[in-house]
Design a protein around this ligand. Structure first.
Ligand SMILES: Nc1ncnc2c1ncn2[C@@H]1O[C@H](COP(=O)(O)OP(=O)(O)OP(=O)(O)O)[C@@H](O)[C@H]1O
Ligand SMILES: [Mg+2]
Length: 277
């Protein structure tokens, strides 16, 4: 049965021979050439199926952000093909490319990127407004249906009771939860998270990793860039880039449980504060 399932499952993400070169003009060299070519990605093959939780690691300059930009349809590769949820993105026109970006990918950034003068509810509702304005979109959603969808997303991240709060009235971890709800509200093919806990302390980091694990256990597909092996240990698979090449791709067999680690961390923290005079 498992083999059959695996056979039926199509990859959500399929990268074949992805290259990204940056051409930079510089002073003419002795041979008369004046273009320097930076090969940020040198032929990356990678695919991920629905329900995976993958971390992308690698040293500074190895090509992580370049790969994220391509996966997120923010940039097109110089060579190779990228198929997302069955759609070939490399040859799509700019309208289709924008549609794929808005509908198929949920972004979560290190800096949350919430609008400060709008409530949690309005922040999460934003992608649904963009959706309304899409060319050729004839399905009208009532404002009540939209609100219900937003509340469902906020409930999934455990923040339904904070929907009227502004970002400044929420903790860093709660703000990132709102951003995760916003990323999920359109039911994207996958969530793309770039150092999502980079601005959070240990407790909030574990909370967010626990939430990602919970969402992934419920079937959400997540791709996360991180510098920290301790965070990669909460995912199910780690790919590593070096000098623009994918040098390792490993399944994690003994995955850590972030919720259990958070409980342990809280206990130790409480003991430490008790010891203080
Ligand atoms: N817009 C650009 N123009 C020219 N070169 C670029 C550009 N963006 C990235 N590069 C180069 O491509 C390579 C990969 O960069 P990238 O930003 O993808 O690395 P990274 O793995 O995200 O690094 P970090 O961990 O420091 O964020 C680097 O050598 C970088 O200098
Ligand atoms: Mg980077």
């Amino acid at each position: 049965m498992k083999a059959l399932d695996a056979e039926c499952q199509k990859p959500v993400i399929e990268l074949r021979g992805i290259k990204r070169e940056y051409r930079m003009e510089s002073k003419p060299a002795k041979d008369g050439t004046n273009a320097v070519v930076v090969r940020a990605l040198r032929g990356v093959d990678f695919s991920a199926e629905s329900g995976e939780f993958v971390s992308v690691m690698g040293p500074s300059g190895s090509g992580k952000s370049t790969l994220m930009n391509i996966l997120g349809c923010l940039d097109k590769p110089s060579g190779g093909t990228y198929t997302l949820d069955g759609i070939e993105t490399s040859t799509s026109d700019s309208d289709t490319f924008a549609y794929i970006r808005n509908r198929k990918i949920g972004f979560v950034f290190q800096s949350f990127n919430l609008l400060s003068r709008t409530t949690a509810l309005e922040n999460v509702e934003l992608p649904l407004f963009y959706r309304r304005r899409e060319k050729g979109n004839s399905t009208r959603q009532t404002s009540q249906a939209r609100k219900d969808q937003v509340i469902a997303a906020l409930r999934e991240v455990g923040l339904a009771d904070r929907m009227d709060h502004f970002p400044s009235q929420l903790s860093g971890g709660q703000q990132q939860r709102v951003a995760i709800a916003r990323a999920m509200v359109n039911d994207p093919a996958f969530i793309l998270a770039d150092e999502p806990t980079g601005n959070l302390d240990t407790g909030m980091t574990l909370e967010i990793m626990g939430l990602f694990q919970e969402l992934n256990n419920r079937g959400k597909t997540i791709i996360m860039v991180t510098h920290e092996p301790e965070l990669a240990a909460y995912t199910r698979r780690v790919i590593t880039l070096r000098d623009g090449e994918l040098v390792s791709d490993k399944q994690i067999t003994d995955r850590r449980n972030a919720t259990a680690d958070l409980a342990r961390w809280k206990q130790e923290h409480a003991l430490l504060s008790e010891e203080r005079p």
